[in-house]
Design a protein around this ligand. Structure first.
Ligand code: MUC
Ligand code: MG
Length: 371
């Protein structure tokens, strides 16, 4: 069984409402979809999502596609998909960085490898420990009254009881008030966390985190820029509320440094940051050894990317902070034939061959950019 071809599509999927982050408001999410085909005509599919072009991170959808087409795809042709770790090691010898692109390639190959053996992808990662995981929702309409209404509705529907608020845009002090009002409105029924997406300096963080802690917030994600490991360590030592590293926690080396210097007491996992599923498992292992809590992060993927994250997170023993793989719920449409299921405040881990979802080719065609 040998890989015959690797194709990459850029798909733009509209959201149900504007989703406001520090650096960008998402109304349409640019998703990179990968398809690997073997000589027998079997296929594996993958997805990585990007936020706001080059504003969130360095990997733009256009760069991911160009670098796969030009540099990575030629290296995987003719290889046996079952040897996905060996293939990605060989890729790493010729391609530096490009973790999002490597994730598109690695996960499509894993989907194909698992399907060719007739098993779920999590079987290739030691088996499924969780059948479902807690699922947070991000309140990011930018409007306090709307956010409170949304939170109450989802509590009522038993869809979410952990809400993350994006507070990196605008006046930090007004944003802290916004968070405190939402926490007051939901009371003990829900946990409120915040994601600053690197927007504060250390002085602002010192003042605002004290007010957030006092207001009952239960986690503060990436308050400082990625480079400020020392500042993150000081915040972690100073406050009781857990400080999460997201944009700062990419590679196994980053996570080792964060663990060693306690530059955060929890980290957000995301396969695209680490460069694939094998690397994400290594990141989780380092964090586990250091007693750093884990969170199943998202870049807001559609059902395919969400299934990929879900299956990997299901193999990790302790996901102390739950997950936020809510992406499919934010989109007007989907790229798979069956939706991801959310029940009783949890996401149900898809089961079945590969990542447990079937791609909807018509939808990929419909939303793909003409290149
Ligand atoms: C991030 O920084 O965590 C995850 C949820 C959300 O609303 O935005 C993303 C990115
Ligand atoms: Mg984040």
């Amino acid at each position: 069984m040998k890989i015959r071809s690797f194709d990459v599509y850029i798909v733009d999927l509209p959201t149900i409402r504007p989703h406001q982050l520090a650096m960008h408001t998402i109304v349409s999410q640019s998703i990179v979809v990968g398809r690997v085909t073997d000589e027998e005509g079997r296929e594996g599919w993958s997805e990585v999502a990007t936020i706001g072009g080059a504003s969130y991170g360095e990997s733009t959808p256009e760069a991911i596609k160009a670098n796969i087409d030009t540099y990575i795809a030629p290296l995987v042709i003719g290889k046996d998909p079952v040897h996905f770790d060996k293939i990605m090691y060989e890729v790493s010898q010729e391609v530096r960085g490009n973790n999002f692109a490597k994730t598109v390639v690695e996960t499509a190959i894993i989907d194909l490898a698992a399907r060719s053996k007739g098993v779920a992808a999590f079987e290739l990662f030691g088996g499924q420990i969780h059948t479902s995981l807690p699922i947070a929702w991000t309140l990011a309409s930018g409007d306090t009254a709307k956010d409170i209404e949304e939170a109450k509705e989802f509590l009522h529907q038993k869809r979410h009881k952990i809400f993350k608020l994006k507070i990196g845009k605008g006046d930090p002090f007004k944003n802290v008030e916004h968070v405190r009002k939402i926490k007051q409105a939901v009371g003990d029924e829900a946990r409120i966390t915040v994601d600053v997406n690197q927007a504060w300096d250390e002085d602002t963080a010192n003042y605002c985190i004290a007010a957030l802690e006092d207001g009952g917030v239960s986690m503060v994600e990436q308050p400082l820029p990625t480079w400020n490991y020392e500042g993150m360590a000081r915040l972690t030592a100073r406050f009781k509320v857990p400080i999460m590293a997201d944009e700062a926690a990419n590679s196994i080396q980053d996570v080792f440094q964060i663990s060693k210097h306690r530059a955060g007491n929890c980290i957000a996992l995301k396969p695209c940051k680490a460069g694939g599923l094998t690397q994400t498992k290594k990141v989780a292992g380092i964090a586990e050894a250091a007693g750093i809590g884990l969170y199943g992060g998202t870049m807001i993927e559609s059902s395919l990317g969400t299934a990929i994250c879900a299956q990997l997170y299901a193999t990790i023993p302790e996901m102390k902070f739950g997950t936020e793989i809510f992406g499919p719920l934010l989109f007007q449409d989907d790229l798979t034939l069956e939706p991801i299921k959310f029940e009783n405040f949890e996401v149900i881990i898809p089961n079945g061959p590969g990542f447990g979802v079937e791609i909807d080719r018509e939808k990929v065609k419909h939303y793909a950019r003409s290149l």
